[in-house]
Design a protein around this ligand. Structure first.
Ligand code: GLA
Length: 423
């Protein structure tokens, strides 16, 4: 175990000196992703299912993305902001064409990516695609080595792609250090605005000093900090714990045009209860995370749909200030409190129960939570109640279900000391 750490330190020293040689390129200066991107991505739900013979409905093919584009545009998602349809791994042919250009698998994407992009654009949506900084993608399809970066960026632009997820399997730290900024530059050079999602941090240890979050914010619109989400409550907790345990490092890195990405929303799949689904939606909104669903929009049940289409949660997530929220407290009782400041001195509060017994009655006051003195209006995000008045000194009780949340949107009616403090 000592060796990789040592190696990583050496590489990062090397990285620091090499960084001086990399021309600084600003990709997120292009005005995209001013709020966290929203949309749908194939990976968590559909993985690398290439068996279109036996599983036509679910295999990675142009039909899957056309189906999802239909659903996003016809079932009210697009109007709520869910606009990107994102292809993940396994779309490619196993070989580049004779000019070295990436090409889609001819059987599964017979119309080609440009036609698919047209289909998506005609529905008022945008198309995302996946590539990998390395010799092969994580699933073994052709990768983008350093010499192919410009060509691949141009290919994506010529197809009308609007978003690139750039993974980092099968490359070393030095190649990544050179490749991620180079791809940013190459995307800019195409002249086509494309959101640039970097998986870089997860491959180099997720935290400073290995990860330079300032540089990431300059070149990427969003970045995958940590491990892949899986379809389980354990996985959701594992990810959110990492993000909030490390909030001092990562929370300041986020803002308009630059977002931490704790990975896809898995609401509507098999692993989460109703309470847990609300918890994922609530905390992803507190974290100003991209809201990229990976589920089957063709067969989503109404409960999952209601959570994912909750207008209050979405507007908290998409708040124009773009300040990522933080965990305020972890109580011995296994209740946790999260907070995010919003525009107009409003804010969002989440009370989460990690208990597994019964609904827990948590007693507190806004003053105890650090809010300024005064009167507030409180709106319960998932109950959809009418706003209720609450004075900062008033004791109140919230009943929080096991592995569930109570989420509030609060606005000061009149405060003596202004906005709530930043913890
Ligand atoms: C990595 C990424 C995932 C997904 C797969 C595809 O594991 O982190 O999000 O893109 O590769 O192979």
């Amino acid at each position: 175990m000592a060796r990789p750490a040592l190696l990583q330190r050496r590489v990062s020293l090397l990285s620091l000196s090499l960084l001086c040689l990399v021309p600084l390129v600003q990709s997120n200066g292009n005005g995209l992703a001013q709020t966290p991107p929203m949309g749908w991505m194939a990976w968590e739900r559909f993985r690398c299912d290439t068996d279109c013979k036996d599983d036509l409905e679910n295999c990675i093919s142009e039909k899957l993305f056309m189906d999802m584009a239909d659903r996003l545009s016809e079932d009210g998602w697009r109007e709520l902001g869910y606009e990107y349809v994102i292809i993940d791994d396994c779309w490619m042919s196993r070989i580049r064409d004779k000019n070295g250009t990436l090409q889609p698998d001819p059987d599964r994407f017979p119309s080609g990516i440009k036609r698919l992009a047209d289909y998506v654009h005609n529905r008022g949506l945008k198309l995302g695609i996946y590539a990998d900084m390395g010799r092969w993608t994580c699933m073994g399809f052709p990768g983008t080595t350093l010499d192919k970066i410009e060509l691949d960026a141009q290919t994506f632009a010529s197809w009308g792609v609007d978003y690139l997820k750039f993974d980092g399997c099968n490359s070393n730290a030095l190649e990544q250090l050179l490749g991620y900024p180079l791809m940013s530059k190459a995307l800019n050079a195409t002249g086509r605005p494309m959101v640039y999602s970097c998986s870089w941090p997860v491959y180099i240890g997720s935290l400073p000093p290995e990860v330079n979050y300032t540089l990431l914010g300059d070149i990427c619109h969003l970045w995958r900090n940590y491990y892949d989400i899986q379809d389980s409550w354990d996985s959701v907790q594992f990810i959110m714990d990492w993000f909030f345990n490390n909030q001092d490092y990562i929370q300041p890195a986020a803002g308009p045009g630059k977002w931490n990405d704790p990975d896809m929303l898995i609401i509507g799949n098999f692993g989460l209860s109703l309470e847990q689904s609300r918890t994922q939606m609530a905390l992803w909104s507190i974290m100003a995370s991209p809201l990229i669903m990976s589920n089957d929009l063709r067969s989503l049940d109404n409960a999952a749909r209601a959570i994912l289409q909750n207008k209050a949660a979405i507007s908290i997530n998409q708040d124009p200030l773009g300040i990522q929220g933080r965990r305020l407290f972890k109580e011995k009782t296994k209740i946790e409190v999260y907070w995010r400041p919003l525009v107009d001195a409003a804010s969002a509060l989440v009370f989460l129960s990690r208990r597994s017994d019964m609904p827990y009655h948590y007693h507190t006051s806004l003053e105890k939570l650090g809010f300024g003195k005064g009167n507030y209006e409180v709106y319960d995000v998932f109950e959809g109640s009418k706003p209720k008045p609450l004075n900062s000194t008033e004791q109140f009780t919230v009943s929080i279900n096991p592995s569930g949340v109570v989420m509030w949107y609060l606005k000061p009616v009149k405060t003596e000391s202004g906005a709530p403090f930043m913890a």
